[in-house]
Design a protein around this ligand. Structure first.
Ligand SMILES: [Zn+2]
Length: 134
């Protein structure tokens, strides 16, 4: 499924893409602006990822996380990665979730919310793209 996003066969609100990874909005975000960072090449779990890709992948995770305060007025972020259990898509992806004190997050991945529509998701993606390029 994420290979289809990498190839462009499946539409997504992409916020960042280069020769290592693609970052796009989670369609069912914990909080709006929740991003998934996935390697272009197909690996299922973190254990499957070659060691020489670990640093480059997490450099992209770091960049997305660092952009969230400017993009969304967030105070911080949560970063998580599921392997097999609770891993809804069998293509390695790292969750980067904007956080603000008092946001009510109790569990890591629930409850989820929805974007009002494509226009709102476009706006969240645009804000993060700007913060990443700034
Ligand atoms: Zn894949």
């Amino acid at each position: 499924m994420f290979c289809e996003i990498v190839s462009g066969a499946r539409p997504a609100h992409v916020v960042f893409s280069d020769d290592v990874a693609v970052a796009f909005l989670d369609a069912r975000p914990v909080f709006k602006g929740h991003v998934l960072v996935a390697p272009l090449e197909h690996y299922v779990t973190l254990a499957d990822l070659p060691a020489d890709l670990l640093g480059p992948l997490f450099l992209r995770v770091q960049r997305v996380s660092a952009a969230m305060p400017a993009a969304f007025g967030a105070q911080g972020s949560f970063i998580g990665e599921n392997n097999v259990v609770s891993q809804s898509v069998p293509h390695l992806h790292v969750h980067v979730v904007p956080r603000t004190k008092g946001d009510g997050l109790r569990g890591f991945f629930w409850p989820r919310t929805r974007y009002a529509g494509d226009a709102e998701a476009d706006e969240y993606a645009r804000r993060l793209r700007e913060a990443l390029s700034g």
